[in-house]
Design a protein around this ligand. Structure first.
Ligand code: FAD
Length: 433
């Protein structure tokens, strides 16, 4: 039987390789470290966690917790390793990073169906291949991917604003309007008085920022300045930038607020909104604190925090199928952060689907779409159906799931219901794998 090439033994590539190998198919697993390092990795271990040692929430009232449970049920190597290397972290699944990566490295290196090759891939091979080279993919391979997906479809810097759950917006305080009433009223506007702006501004300039790594500094020249950096340039800068109130008079009073924060719909279902112009490098706790000071967002539920780091990802809504196959080449799969899923667990989850589907392909079976009601399936759906013009990476969140037939107001009960529905769907789907 044909071998499958997996490029990159990070979170996604390691999971993909395992899923293929356990199905009795041979894998050539290419990993360039330690021959060549990325600017963020420090070891030669597979699935190295480049930053935090947390795989985030582990409970079923948390979307990433549900995703982990789905992966557990699908025999994920990454989750098995995490459960094995767990350290105390309250409701989160945090790990001893060395034990975690060691478990994965040993499992893959000792697998009789896996041949590990420590080399940098500079050209995309012929034959069934999964590219899982992550946000820090090397330059020559990046160029190749640009050629195969179209030059416009690869991005280098991820400067994303936080995305919030619509359910958490206080609709009594915001109003729907576009600037100067141009086009459809597409934005939710959070109006601020001068006093409210001052409180917000004073909290913002004191808020904690994640220090930038050397290789990330050029972001500033790319024209996507974090809103906290704008604020540092003077109190008025934001009022002439993302918080500009002109043309946004409050329909209830007819008056122009002192400042306005605009929220733009982020998904087709209208369950998620992004905070316009609020790309940020603030620490997550600080983001929550500062954003909660915006009228209407006092109880904000941030489903994806603003991030700013180098990122290489394809325009999946244009380039990929829900099966993680490239539209223009059936035997070429992408997985991991490269596809626009964001985070360790999400990356591994996409590797799991790509690995299963690549195995199906070489076994002359149809690759398969995972159910939309599951978090793993809803992520695949999101990255292939999001807005092509403004595609940004996404974390797992409940807003990606189809709505429940009957709306449940209590958030905890709603999330539990969605979690139970996801696991039920996965259970009946598993028999097809
Ligand atoms: P990776 O895990 O990066 O794996 C890609 C692998 O491909 C690497 O091992 C690399 O060496 C290899 N490779 C690259 N190019 C080639 C090539 N040409 N040939 C052969 N091998 C190659 N996510 C979180 O959930 N929490 C965090 O705290 C977090 N912090 C981050 C901090 C930084 C600085 C960055 C850049 C990202 C961070 N992320 C974080 C996102 C994180 O990268 C992803 O969540 C996850 O590691 C992506 O998994 P992946 O498998 O797609 O890529």
């Amino acid at each position: 039987m044909t071998s499958i090439n997996v490029i990159g033994a990070g979170l996604a590539g390691s999971e993909a390789a395992y899923q293929i190998a356990k199905r009795g198919i041979h894998v050539n697993l290419y990993e360039m470290r330690p021959v060549k390092q990325t600017p963020a990795h420090h070891t030669d271990q597979f699935a190295e966690l480049v930053c935090s040692n947390s795989l985030r929430g582990n409970q079923l009232t948390n979307a990433v917790g549900v995703l982990k449970e789905e992966m557990r049920q699908l025999d994920s190597l990454i989750i098995k390793a995490a459960d094995n290397a767990r350290v105390p972290a309250g409701g989160a699944l945090a790990v001893d990073r060395h034990d975690f990566a060691g478990y994965i490295t040993d499992t893959l290196k000792n697998h009789s169906n896996i041949t590990v090759k420590n080399e940098e891939i500079t050209e995309i091979q012929e034959g069934p291949t999964i590219i899982a080279t992550g946000p820090l993919t090397t330059e020559s391979l990046t160029k190749q991917i640009m050629d195969i997906t179209g030059e416009e479809q690869l991005y280098f810097y991820d400067a994303a604003a936080p995305i919030i759950d619509k359910e958490s917006i206080n609709m009594d305080k915001v109003y729907l309007k576009s600037r100067y009433d141009k086009g459809d009223a597409a934005y939710l506007n959070c109006p601020m008085t001068e006093e409210e702006f001052d409180t917000f501004y004073n909290a913002l300039i004191k808020a904690d920022v994640v220090p930038l790594k050397e290789f990330e500094k050029e972001i500033y020249f790319e024209g996507c300045m974090p809103f906290e950096v704008m604020a540092e340039r003077g109190k008025k800068t934001l009022l002439f930038g993302p918080m500009k109130p002109v043309g946004l008079e409050d329909p209830k009073t007819g008056k122009r607020p002192y400042a306005v924060v605009q929220l733009r719909q982020d998904d087709a279902a209208g369950t998620l909104y992004n905070i316009v112009g609020f790309q940020t490098h603030l620490k997550w706790g600080a983001q929550k604190e500062v954003i909660s000071l915006i009228p209407g967002l006092e109880n904000v539920d941030i489903v994806r925090y603003g991030v700013m780091h180098r990122n290489t990802f394809i325009n999946s809504p244009n380039a990929l199928k829900e099966t993680y196959q490239l539209n223009s080449r059936n035997d070429l799969f992408f997985a991991g952060q490269m596809t626009g899923v964001e985070g360790y667990v999400e990356s591994a989850a996409s590797g799991l689907i790509a690995g299963i589907n690549a195995s199906k392909l070489v076994s002359d079976l149809e690759p398969i779409k995972f159910p939309r009601e599951t978090i793993i399936g809803s992520m695949a759906y999101y990255i292939t159906h999001a807005n092509k013009k403004n595609f940004q990476p996404m974390n797992a969140n409940f807003g990606l799931l189809p709505s429940l037939e009957k709306r449940i107001k209590d958030k905890k009960v709603r999330y539990e219901t969605l979690a139970n529905r996801a696991l039920k769907h996965l259970n009946s789907f598993k028999v097809m794998l």
